[in-house]
Design a protein around this ligand. Structure first.
Ligand code: G3P
Length: 224
């Protein structure tokens, strides 16, 4: 896996219509422009069907999910090789909206390693952050589910969970950096996250649903 330059901005396109199909490509082109102008790594996380066209814009792409399945008889599963060949350089695993068991998280990390793509394992509390860090992904992310999509930034509304996750991951494996997410949209949210020891943020609605997504993203990166 090529080393990703931190701080990272990871924009999850989720299943928002504003970030699906042609809209996904438009959003990715905008991310590319901001990334180039600001010199910040911005990762786009589109739905599986949009990975290839979004990757063709030149922005680094992560899948939203992969399964631990091997090639062959695994109908309906998301194969690590498939997202890699479509252009993804990494994947989220265990997002709060796509939760897995610990055994499934481990299998998905193994599948990502097998194919050489990077992993961000999401966690909903500090105990899960610890379990995730023990599996040695490339990053863990802490996202309290009750703040997701609310516009209330985790980095100011619940700073203890961010610094707690950073300390917890450090105690398990100092080589696993921590990202945080939920309700992040502004430069000041980003700055607060970095101050708490996070090495980047995961975000969605504050940019995808903003009246002017480019202005919103430029404001966000101004906090770095
Ligand atoms: O993966 C990022 C996400 O769950 C945070 O969503 O809409 O609160 O920025 P949002």
């Amino acid at each position: 896996m090529k080393q990703l330059k931190t701080p990272l901005v990871v924009l999850n396109f989720k299943t928002y219509i504003e970030a699906t199909g042609k809209n996904a490509v438009r959003l990715a082109e905008m991310c590319s422009d901001v990334s180039r102008d600001a010199g910040i790594t911005i990762i786009a996380v589109p739905q599986p069907s949009d990975i290839r066209p979004v990757a063709e814009t030149g922005i680094p792409v992560f899948a939203q999910h992969i399964d631990g399945a091997s090639a062959g008889g695994s109908t309906g599963h998301v194969l690590a090789e498939a997202v890699r060949d479509a252009g993804a350089i990494g994947t989220l695993i265990n997002h709060s909206e796509r939760r897995l068991t610990l055994a499934e998280i481990d299998a998905a990390i193994q599948a990502a390693r097998r194919t050489g793509i990077a992993t961000i394992v999401c966690s909903n509390n500090i105990a899960t952050t610890k379990a995730a860090a023990a599996l040695k992904p490339d990053f863990v992310a802490i996202e309290p589910p009750e703040l997701i999509g609310t516009g209330i930034p985790v980095s100011t509304a619940d700073p203890g969970i961010v610094s707690g996750a950073v300390d917890a991951a450090l105690g398990i494996d100092p080589d696993v950096p921590v990202l945080c997410g939920a309700g992040i949209s502004k430069g000041e949210d980003m700055a607060a996250a970095l101050k708490l020891g996070a090495e980047g943020v995961l975000l969605a609605s504050g940019i995808v649903r903003a009246p002017d997504p480019k202005a919103a993203l430029m404001d966000l990166v101004s906090g770095i």
